[in-house]
Design a protein around this ligand. Structure first.
Ligand SMILES: [Zn+2]
Length: 289
């Protein structure tokens, strides 16, 4: 089974954890490290012969257009991560429409292939932000990967969302982030801070379980997770641990993971899931959107 490799392409200072520490107006004054960090990933993907999906932040694409051209020319898929990295809960339909439109105008200019996939910053498509669904449709987004079907994270998740692809709306398919059901509980199986926190062997075993349940795992990471030399910000203790834990080991671990499974981009899988008659109907809670 081919698992799905995704990168949320943003600079080290664009993350939601720094919302109160680095205001957006200060981003331009921060040292950009995204090109160096992403190049490490592109080299690794080339060596392993894998193609990934990059959810690109419009703000970054505007400042590093050659990086986006380089990854698209290497065969990777360009998808959208919004423009200014606002969580949906910080926006409303009008400001989200403007943010998404601005990002897509930049990305669609840079990508030779259509940009039709979206991931919300910090998985912020939740029961409270379902108003974003018709906005995504209006911008010709055909698949989304923003819902974490998980209830134990304080800042995101829809605890009872389906774990397999399902329709959010007519023509808009959701590819939920990967969880494994263990003893009646859902456990994330999907990269990011979880991949840095879990022992390597646990990540590998969870992906095997996900595949044994008939589902590809969706792995995600950010370029800054491969940059142990980035500036350190004064985060509260728990966030600090989650944010900076194991940064120096991530590249080698991902190399191992790429060797242990087959990997590919998300759009092709979305297309095949959209054709499957068994793909789940829109859940009743999504009608609120
Ligand atoms: Zn992000």
């Amino acid at each position: 089974m081919r698992n799905l490799l995704s990168i949320d392409l943003e600079d080290w200072f664009c993350v939601s954890n720094f919302d109160e520490l680095i205001p957006r107006a200060a981003w331009d004054a921060c040292e950009s490290r995204v090109e160096r960090s992403t190049e490490k990933l592109l080299e690794l993907f080339e060596r392993r012969g894998v193609v990934a999906t990059f959810f690109v932040l419009g703000w970054v694409a505007e400042r590093a257009p050659d990086l986006i051209r380089t990854l698209a020319n290497a065969g990777h898929e360009v998808a959208c991560h919004g423009y200014g990295h606002n969580r949906l809960g910080q926006l409303d339909p009008a400001s989200f429409d403007a943010d998404l439109g601005r990002a897509l105008a930049i990305l669609r200019e840079l990508s030779p292939a259509p940009v039709v996939g979206y991931r919300a910053p910090s998985f912020s498509l939740t029961r409270e932000t379902l108003w974003a669904i018709p906005v995504l449709r209006r911008h010709q987004i055909t698949w989304d990967s923003s819902i974490f079907p998980f209830g134990a994270h304080p800042e995101y998740g829809i605890a009872d969302a389906p774990v397999d692809p399902f329709w959010l709306d007519e023509g808009l398919l959701e590819l939920p982030m990967s969880v494994v059901e263990l003893g009646g509980r859902r456990m994330p199986c999907t990269g990011g801070g979880y991949f840095r926190l879990y022992p390597y062997a646990l990540s590998q075993a969870l992906i095997q379980r996900c595949n044994a349940a008939g589902r590809p795992a969706i792995f995600y990471a950010h370029p800054w997770e491969f940059d142990p030399d980035q500036p350190r910000m004064p985060l509260p203790a728990v966030k600090r641990f989650r944010h900076y834990n194991n940064l120096g080991a991530t590249l080698e671990r991902l190399d191992r993971l790429l060797g242990a499974f087959e990997w590919g981009p998300m759009g092709a899988w979305a297309d095949s899931a959209a054709r499957q008659p068994k793909t789940a109907a829109r859940p009743s809670w999504a009608h609120a959107g």
